[in-house]
Design a protein around this ligand. Structure first.
Ligand SMILES: Nc1ncnc2c1ncn2[C@@H]1O[C@H](COP(=O)(O)OP(=O)(O)OP(=O)(O)O)[C@@H](O)[C@H]1O
Ligand SMILES: [Mg+2]
Length: 262
């Protein structure tokens, strides 16, 4: 496998399933034996908490920005094959550095360089903002995964987000493949199906094949510090995230001609 795949899980809209997706696909890959680094780039520290880290006061990404620290000292081995750089208590202060110029957008990318080749995949859980942290994620990433929840207003702002990503690509002078992951899907709800149909129509080559269903165990497992695979292996959530993890690995998209997987 190409050892330099760095996936930014990004959507400026809040509560669409970024952290749930990041946490569970990271766990799916680690369970398969891939060596994974997950980065908690959200001052809310939800990824760290989901992975069972009670002490969210640990330093992490914040010190890369605020102390010019180096990455290796901040990597925690949280499970077999799964490593984490926590957000750190002061990550919220980082947005203020935006005024200090373009170089600040490269901090994460530069900091990751020495460890890139240690991992099969690196996943970045992004915050629901549109500031410096997300620019850092885009500079560091080789691909972007955009979770979109299957509800009212889900599509609102999506074309704007994609335009922003395109202009970021031009600015960075690199291609950034983008994939859309449909989350919180309710099979019998007309609205969910309408959202999916619109996504297939407008993003035919970017919508990942699996729609992740709304599933209570997915919301429960973070409070036990367990992935969906450890918490409820037979749940729809476990099935869907295992399939979505493969979609991302093999770049499988939803086809217009086939019925949905559920
Ligand atoms: N498929 C699902 N089924 C049931 N609950 C879900 C599902 N996906 C996410 N949730 C729940 O929805 C809430 C928001 O999900 P999550 O935290 O992953 O979103 P987010 O995009 O990371 O939010 P934020 O923008 O605040 O970082 C959480 O309580 C989560 O447990
Ligand atoms: Mg989140």
């Amino acid at each position: 496998m190409d050892g330099s795949r760095v996936l930014a899980i990004l959507n400026h809209k809040g509560g669409v399933g970024k952290t749930t997706t990041c946490f569970n696909i990271a766990s799916a890959y680690a369970d398969q034996g891939l060596n994974i680094l997950a980065i908690d780039l959200d001052p809310q520290s939800h990824l760290s908490v989901s992975l069972g880290l009670k002490d969210t006061g640990l330093n992490g990404v914040d010190e890369l920005f605020l102390e010019h620290a180096e990455v290796p000292g901040y990597i925690l081995n949280v499970r077999e094959n799964l490593h984490l750089i926590p957000a750190g208590l002061r990550l919220g202060e980082v947005e203020k550095l935006a005024a200090k110029g373009r170089q600040q957008a490269m901090v994460l990318r530069n900091a990751l360089q020495p460890v890139l080749h240690h991992y099969d995949l690196i996943l970045i859980d992004c915050p629901p903002t549109s500031g410096l942290l997300n620019f850092n994620a885009l500079f560091a990433a080789s691909e972007v995964i955009i979770p979109v929840s299957s509800d009212y207003l889900a599509l609102h702002g999506l074309s704007q987000l994609l335009r922003t990503l395109k202009s970021a690509e031009r600015f960075m002078q690199k291609e950034l493949p983008m994939w859309i992951a449909l989350t919180r899907f309710t099979t019998r709800r007309r609205l969910s199906n309408q959202v999916r149909e619109k996504l297939i129509k407008y993003f035919p080559r970017q919508l990942l094949a699996t729609a992740v269903r709304e599933n209570a165990p997915l919301a429960e497992c973070p409070s036990f510090g367990k992935s969906i695979f450890d918490y409820s292996r037979r749940s729809n959530g476990a099935q869907d995230y295992a399939a979505l993890a493969d979609d991302i690995l093999y770049r499988r998209v939803m086809s217009n001609d086939e019925p949905a997987l559920h």
